[in-house]
Design a protein around this ligand. Structure first.
Ligand code: MG
Ligand code: MG
Length: 288
């Protein structure tokens, strides 16, 4: 989401509420696993969006949370190559070597989860593979920083530290966010930060942590469709996102499993699989 200046209440979630968010999150990770073989040269982003919509609604009471959000026309945001976020699904056909970021929100039983994954389309070049690997690893490290008594700045600092020296840039002006009853809640979760700065993290916070990196500039522009955000220099961009609960036991990924456990996924093995909705209050980082 776009960064903005506003302070509002941060809603802490109970264990039951976190479990409800995890049920929405499990739909997204399973959806991504279903989408993976469907992301291939020749498929349109509109076809992927239709699949996502049908898949989400096939789960009891679940709806795509982005459909109609602020007027967005799609069920998923599908952003190709230089597109960073908020790509509108359309009849464009993916081509060999593209990368495509699919960002999905699900609301079920009144509780939302939010997750994004950047897929390679067929064989991709070394530069694109580097971008995907670093972005996903930045997410892993950012998630690991989401612990009680850390600060929101520790999350951004983890991204900064991972990206330094890679030749990649952290997209400015787009941030993660709290998530719960609403898809976008307080606090904002910047991808750049200083350790020990910002809102103090507490048990019960649920955060969408979502590093967005580019192979060139940190600057973005919004296209004439008023939705699609691209890199200002047209270089590639990648986006990985998890919904994460801050718990006494460490960060609990509520959108894990599914594609994140797949063999062949970028950085395979960099995240521990989730182990069921009620038992996800285990860290992804300390078991490595
Ligand atoms: Mg998202
Ligand atoms: Mg988000």
């Amino acid at each position: 989401m776009a960064a903005r200046k506003r302070a509002a209440a941060i809603h802490l979630k109970s264990t039951a509420e976190i479990d409800a968010i995890a049920r929405s999150g499990a739909i997204i990770s399973a959806l991504f696993a279903e989408l993976e073989p469907r992301v291939h040269p020749g498929v349109t982003t509109a076809a992927l969006d239709r699949f996502a919509d049908t898949y989400i609604r096939s789960h009891d009471g679940a709806v795509p949370a982005f459909k109609g959000l602020y007027g967005f026309p799609g069920s998923a945001c599908i952003s190709v190559n230089a597109e960073v976020v908020h790509g509108i699904p359309r009849r464009r056909r993916l081509r060999q070597g593209d990368i495509v970021s699919i960002d999905v929100g699900v609301r079920q039983g009144g509780w939302c989860a939010d997750s994004a994954y950047t897929f390679p389309v067929g064989e991709i070049g070394d530069d694109a593979a580097h971008l995907l690997a670093v972005t996903r690893d930045a997410l892993r490290l950012a998630v690991a920083a989401a612990r009680p008594d850390h600060h929101v700045g520790d999350i951004g600092a983890a991204v900064v530290n991972r990206v330094r020296g890679t030749g990649l840039a952290i997209i400015r002006d787009l941030v993660g966010h709290g998530v719960g009853r609403q898809i976008h809640e307080e606090p904002q979760v910047p991808n750049r930060g200083r350790a020990g700065c910002g809102v103090r993290l507490q048990t019960g916070m649920v955060l969408a942590i979502e590093p967005m990196l580019s192979a060139g500039t940190e600057e973005i522009v919004t296209l004439a469709d008023r939705w699609t955000v691209t890199t200002a220099d047209g270089r590639l961009s990648a986006h990985f996102e998890h919904t994460v609960a801050v718990s006494a036991d460490g960060p609990a990924i509520l959108t894990g499993g599914g594609i994140w456990d797949r063999p062949g996924a970028p950085n395979r093995g960099d995240q521990q699989p989730a182990t069921g909705v009620g038992t996800r209050l285990t860290t992804t980082a300390r078991n490595r």
